[in-house]
Design a protein around this ligand. Structure first.
Ligand code: 13P
Ligand code: SF4
Length: 354
């Protein structure tokens, strides 16, 4: 069980045996029982930056999901081994764009005569293959904390953007932060020929949004915002930009997980907050800030945990750390060299954004 003192002690002992040989990274959506063992916690941008912070560590144990572990492998040297405590910790959004589908999309853009002026911008929440495609075609990666800067950069390189795979982050950033209109955006559906779009629609769009979404954030609705405002007068609504456009438009504040935490740290005592992001993080923040008289509630009680983030639990972490301490490398995530080369190009463009 999560509070099993035996497991807590075993994790602590194995980590101590490993000493400087292990570096544990934890995304903010991880369970409390896991996050207590993280050397560094962060949003996906901070974790990508910090992955290379301990070059002397032989093992990087990534408590998060598969695409984050891949990115850590891409951004660190061959001698550092990235380990994901449960190989089934994927991301349904990342799975919504495959290399074959994206290649077909690029063919459609080529046929429409626009491939030369389209710059791909891919959300961190994508496979290494998609990142490599992005790097190969002159594009950049972005996260929810730098999407605006990534789009500004992309529109300096070309006239149109293909945004993969989260349509909501793409639309929210374009409309809310860049002053574009909803009509400037079209949605490319990978399950339809030509994405379900005419060549003219493709040519006229500023933003070509891939039809992907987060299954957790996609469940917050405009009604959840209206309900919480009726229930808690004076509440501040703070949501993640993976939420639908209508939710983001109705919210008071929008930002990445790191931004959500910073906003609550700076909030005055007595303030009330409804948070639209993953439940592990919201619960942790509610407990942490209760002592400072900040009331924090989950935006919609019918939304649940990210099931794949939750796969990394204390038993998996104990197994991983004990295996590594016994000299047995388990669950290594290793991106092949060619993919890595182009994916790295795209990630480094993100890290170099002003
Ligand atoms: P951030 O941590 O970058 O806000 O991303 C949220 C997320 O969905 C990660 O899977
Ligand atoms: Fe993927 Fe959404 Fe889970 Fe993040 S919260 S890992 S985007 S499914």
């Amino acid at each position: 069980s999560p509070s099993d003192p035996g497991l807590v002690e075993r994790a602590r002992a194995a980590k101590e045996r490993l000493g400087d040989k292990v570096f544990v990274l934890g995304h903010h959506y991880q369970r409390d029982e896991v996050i207590q063992f993280a050397d560094v916690t962060g949003d996906s941008f901070k974790l990508a930056k910090d992955a290379a912070a301990r070059p002397e560590a032989e093992y990087i144990v990534f408590c998060g999901v598969h695409f984050m572990a891949e990115s850590a492998d891409i951004l660190t040297g061959d001698e550092q081994k990235v380990v994901l405590p449960d190989l089934a910790a994927g991301c349904s959004m990342a799975d919504m764009a495959t290399a074959e589908q994206v290649a077909e999309c690029w063919d459609a853009l080529t046929e429409a005569g626009i491939a030369e002026r389209v710059v791909p911008v891919s959300y961190m929440n994508s496979s290494a293959d998609i990142k490599a495609f992005t790097g190969k075609h002159g594009g950049t990666i972005c996260t929810s904390s730098n999407a605006k800067r990534a789009l500004e950069w992309a529109f300096e390189q070309g006239e149109q953007v293909l945004f993969l795979p989260d349509q909501h982050l793409g639309r929210n950033t374009a409309v809310r932060d860049m002053g574009m209109s909803l009509e400037d955006c079209v949605v490319y559906n990978p399950h339809k020929p030509n994405g379900g779009l005419t060549a003219e629609q493709l040519r006229n769009a500023k933003m070509i949004l891939w039809r992907g979404h987060c299954s957790v954030h996609g469940r917050f609705s405009l009604e959840s915002v209206e309900d919480v405002r009726a229930r808690i007068p004076g509440v501040n609504v703070l949501v993640h930009p993976e939420c639908k456009h209508e939710v983001v438009a109705a919210a008071d504040y929008v930002g990445s997980t790191e931004h959500i935490i910073k906003t609550l740290e700076a909030a005055p005592a007595g303030s009330k907050w409804a948070i639209g992001t993953e439940l592990n993080l919201v619960r942790r923040l509610a407990n942490r800030f209760a002592a400072e008289d900040k009331e924090i509630v989950f935006l919609d009680k019918t939304v649940c945990f990210c099931s794949t983030m939750n796969r990394i639990d204390l038993p998996h972490l104990v197994w991983t750390l004990e295996s590594l301490a016994d000299g047995k490398l388990v669950n290594r995530i290793e991106v092949d060299r060619e993919t890595e080369q182009f994916a790295k190009l795209a990630l480094e463009r993100m890290l170099a954004l002003p």
